[in-house]
Design a protein around this ligand. Structure first.
Ligand code: SAH
Length: 255
């Protein structure tokens, strides 16, 4: 039973590759895939690139070409919920596309043909990710922060693990007013969003279509506000791959 570990950016994946046993690099659909064993389990490490279409193409290739039995996404996201701070970790409970709007034909955010806006992540996989992430976050507070030159927002702060709704869309949200608007309009419709990113909802939809389990963990790299363009690259370069390494290895050992 092969597990796919999918990321959008090389920095979100790079620390996992050296842990692979019997590594084999393949090119398919213009993307690089690594096949091998991680913590005694067969895995495929995949890089989608940024955005929902790239993520859907890669997820489809993982199912059709590599025959994976489940997909776990590891990456970074912008925090939009109260208290979802840089250096915190969000495990997705479900996903929504914040840029989906086929109104008035369908209710705002509903995926046409699916009679719903939100797609749930797999409960059992998400519980394991939560355990792995919580252990990593409590040992990482202070360690990944002050010593590694990460942004002031993350340094020396006690970090938290959150579990809830994540929204994806083809936009890098990098202005406080946009982030507030997005969050408030969704909240008024009963969708309390913790974080925004650009791939997860697409992978959730592909996994839903193929009937395979999906789970996702995202470390908060920025607050999707006016300093996001500064916080994001700093965080991705200094911390993202180490979070991915610690959380995914702990997760695979629990699987
Ligand atoms: N110019 C950047 C683009 C990164 S896009 C680069 O260096 O390549 C941001 C990536 O991180 C996406 O994969 C997305 O899933 C995630 N992300 C982090 N913060 C985000 C935010 N505030 N809004 C949307 N996506 C975010």
């Amino acid at each position: 039973m092969t597990t796919a570990i999918l990321s959008a950016l090389p920095e979100e994946q790079s620390s996992l590759v050296p842990h692979l046993l019997h590594p084999q690099r393949l090119v398919h659909a213009g993307r690089f895939f690594w096949r091998g064993d991680l913590c005694g389990r067969p895995v495929v490490l995949a890089l989608s690139g940024i955005g929902k279409v790239a993520a859907a193409t890669t997820a489809t290739a993982l199912v059709e070409r590599f025959g994976v039995a489940r997909i776990v996404f590891t990456g970074v996201a912008g925090g939009v919920g109260d208290g979802v701070n840089v250096g915190d970790v969000v495990v997705a409970q479900d996903y929504l596309q914040h840029d989906m709007d086929a109104s008035p034909l369908f209710p705002r955010w509903e995926i046409p043909g699916y009679t719903r806006s939100r797609l749930a992540c797999d409960t059992a996989l998400s519980a394991l990710l939560l355990e792995a992430a919580s252990a990593c976050v409590s040992s990482a507070s202070g360690q990944f922060g002050s010593k590694n030159g990460v942004t002031a927002a993350a340094a020396g702060v006690l970090h938290r693990t959150h579990h809830g709704l994540v929204a994806s869309g083809d936009r890098f949200v990098s202005a406080a007013d946009e982030s507030h608007r997005l969050r408030n309009s969704l909240r008024d419709a009963g969708h309390d969003v913790l974080a925004v990113e650009m791939e997860g909802a697409a992978v959730a939809q592909v996994c839903h279509d193929y009937g395979i389990p999906f789970a996702a963990v995202r470390t908060i790299s920025d607050r999707a506000d006016d300093t996001a363009h500064v916080d994001f690259p700093l965080f991705v370069q200094t911390v993202a791959s180490r979070y991915a390494e610690h959380i995914m290895l702990a997760f695979l050992q629990k699987l």
